[in-house]
Design a protein. Sequence first.
Length: 276
Amino acid sequence: MNNIDEYKEKTFDDIKHLDELGNEYWEAREFMLVLGYSKWGNFSKVIDKAKIACNISNNNVFEHFADAGKVLEVGNKAKMKVADYHLSRYACYLIVQNADPRKKAVAMGQTYFAVQTRRMEITQDEYSKLSEDEKRLYTRINVKNKNKYLFDTAKNAGVTNYGKFNDYGYRGLYNGESAKQIARRKGIDPDKEDILDYMGSTELAANLFRITQTDEVLKNKQVNNEEDACKTHHAVGQAVRHTIKKIGGTMPEKLPTPEKSIKELEREELLKIGNK
């Protein structure tokens, strides 16, 4: 029996711990297995994303992701230090928000840890006080999470060609431009870079609205074939574009491309957290 098999029947309550003061916490390596991750390397990337979200939300990263590294014997009296964390409920919430929602336990965790933790997310007023780079990081996390849900909904609607489906949405929002055309206009390689990583906060927000509304419409209309799903995505993109025009906003293709990618900002943010 492997570690995941051992943990797959356990619930989040089963692996909850209490410290000497009665405060609850979850051990990251146990949490990883319950969520269906088998490799720490993959799970640690999710933790890094969650740490960034925690820091942007003006919460103390070290309070919610307490270092609990252990020294283990690995044979012949050799010892090896392995990373681990004591996670608060809020840390667990951020982790499941950034984990793979296709995993059943992740979807369950998003509901379980939402209780008492959503109040810790930033308000609109707090968001307005963030720097442009912080707004980009925060919105990009939301875009990534909502895109996962959209592609899952699209799959249930009969979509098999996700590149085509994605392009229909972009073409609607960007006045006919495909994802590759947007990438070339931004001066990036469409085969190596994600155009979403080269958008400012306003452009990301427009795409977030496109994504969430398409997800909603596909469900409400019970779309059940790829052609109609693509048409729906295109129509929603056009509707978002029309809304921007109506309120006097800047069309997404006219917005400036940031100098730094989201990946560069994430590396900088993690360095800041490590130096605190």
